[in-house]
Ligand binder design. Structure first.
Ligand SMILES: *[C@@H]1O[C@H](CO)[C@@H](O)[C@H](O)[C@H]1NC(C)=O
Ligand SMILES: *[C@@H]1O[C@H](CO)[C@@H](O)[C@H](O)[C@H]1NC(C)=O
Length: 484
């Protein structure tokens, strides 16, 4: 297990989507609710070389609700900073104009939080939820050897204080058959909470815990959790205003698609030339595990993040091990998860150099820049006796034109072909999707012309199959593309 913090925006998106979908452990207090509407999460990244004003202008197009007349917002950095309220990094009840101003004063600027200095680049803007102090609660779930603890206090908010001392606790044993009854949960966690919200809160806790398990969280804290009664105080609505979460990164194979779908454009209510809501291996983007506050992205990661910010397509790159010998150039969030997992399963996790993906129909030029960056990093890693491996692949794209993106990849290969040969790089291509035949034919021809050590496969080769074939010399019946 590798517990990694996630962005607040991602944690919220996952909760919002899966709260009504993850299976509850036992029958809850309320009938299954309708699915939540897409969450209003304006997640804003401010790259070094882009004017912050233009990021904010673009946000108005992506998130039209920012311009709703009279709307009020919360703005805050989303960079794994604890106790933002105490550090003056939380703006509440602001109009969009005020929120913009607040963000502009901080975006791209260094700030010292306790002992750590970092640059503020990632912000979250959300609707402000007016509520009273006494409607603020605190809930925390964390995993220990003996099971998962759920902590709850009826006094949440910035000044929650010593939670360990004052929170009510319940242990969920490892054997979920012993999951507590609704009555036990209410009696243990909610003695200080008005009776009329018990049903709603127990249901929320049951569902929250279901998501925690289903999506392999290892830590989840909501503070404040706001419970606003309806007009006649018979029921209430629940809002998770501030959230910190860790997720088990090694669960990517099992959960990658769940994390991705909750963060896809359809789930977030964003208009794109999207996938019509269908879940497939191209569902992206993959969940990112941001660096701790104060650790800046490497130059290459920042460059790709900047490219990504400028386009509707998705371009993601995380360098896991700059000295690694196995590199991936993969289209689609789902596929990148499958590759990473297959490489780890083959016993090469330590050698996996990068993680990332391109999807959402990037142009030929964008793909070229993306590919060039990955290949440059590959060539910068120390040469190895056993050579290097580059996987060029993806699932079955529906919207990314394989022929055109492969033109970008081929251009990148062409520029550094002799160096790739020097580094004894074996290239394994597997791709399907619109115009894949043309793409595969071209990359095969270019590889042969450039004397690259390249193998090219079409959809007959499984994404998970090509990895053991490449790394372990496993047998395969699948013929290379174009072979009789
Ligand atoms: C939000 O700000 C407005 C003034 O802009 C004020 O009238 C209102 O009371 C504030 N709401 C809360 C909940 O603080
Ligand atoms: C995506 O492509 C697959 C395979 O061609 C097809 O079965 C599926 O219907 C497509 N999905 C969408 C949303 O177009």
């Amino acid at each position: 297990m590798s517990a990694k913090s996630v962005l607040e925006a991602d944690g919220k998106a996952i909760l919002n989507y899966h709260l009504t979908r993850s299976p509850v452990i036992k029958k809850s207090t309320l009938p299954p609710p309708p699915h939540n509407s897409p969450p209003k999460l304006a997640s804003l990244y401010f790259p070094e070389d882009v004017a912050p004003e233009s990021v904010l202008d673009a946000a108005e197009t992506t998130y039209p609700w920012l311009l709703a007349p009279g709307a009020k917002f919360v703005a805050k950095p989303d960079q794994l900073i604890k106790r933002r309220g105490k550090s003056g990094l939380l703006a509440l009840n602001k109009t969009w104009e005020e929120a913009k101003q607040w963000v502009l004063e901080r975006a791209g600027k260094p700030v010292k939080v306790e002992t750590v200095t970092g640059t503020l680049r990632q912000f979250l803007v959300e609707p402000f939820v007016p509520h009273k102090q006494e409607e603020e609660y605190y809930v925390n779930i964390h995993s220990l050897r003996e099971g998962d603890y759920i902590l709850f206090t009826h006094e949440g908010g910035v000044d929650v204080g010593d939670v360990d001392a004052k929170a009510k606790k319940i242990l969920i044993p490892v054997d979920l058959k012993e999951y507590p009854s609704n009555e036990e949960i209410a009696a243990t966690l909610l003695p200080d909470v008005p009776k009329f919200v018990h049903n709603v809160l127990v249901d929320f806790i049951n569902r929250l815990y279901a998501v925690y398990v289903d999506c392999q969280f290892t830590y989840l804290e909501i503070n404040p959790l706001v419970v606003v009664p309806n007009a006649d105080a018979t029921s209430a609505s629940v809002h998770f205003l501030d959230l910190a979460a860790k997720i088990d990164q090694t669960a990517e194979f099992e959960c990658g698609a769940k994390w991705a779908i909750a963060r896809g454009p359809a789930a977030l209510g964003l208009s794109t030339a999207g996938s019509g809501g269908k879940v497939d291996i191209d569902a992206g983007p993959p969940l990112e595990f941001p660096a701790p506050f104060g650790r800046e992205l490497s130059k290459e990661e920042a460059y790709i993040a900047a490219l990504d910010a400028k386009t509707g397509a998705s371009l993601k790159l995380t360098v896991l091990n700059a000295d690694g010998r196995i590199w991936t150039l993969v289209a689609g969030g789902g596929a990148s998860v499958v590759y990473a997992d297959a490489i780890a399963a083959a016993g090469f996790g330590e050698e996996l150099a990068n993680y990332g993906e391109y999807s959402g129909a990037p142009t030929e030029t964008q793909t070229y820049h993306y590919a060039r960056t990955v290949i440059d990093l590959l060539l910068r890693a120390p040469a190895r006796e056993e050579g290097k491996v580059l996987f060029i692949g993806g699932g079955i794209a529906n919207f990314t034109n394989v022929a055109s993106t492969f033109k970008g990849v081929i251009r990148a290969l062409r520029e550094v072909a002799p160096q790739l040969v020097d580094h004894k790089t074996k290239i394994w291509v597997r791709r399907a999707g619109p115009n894949y035949q043309e793409g595969l034919k071209n990359i095969k021809a270019a590889g042969d012309e450039l004397k690259l050590d390249i193998k090219v496969y079409g959809p007959e080769m499984g994404v998970a199959e090509i990895v053991p074939v490449a790394l372990l010399g496993a047998e395969t019946k699948v013929k290379e593309y174009g072979e009789a």
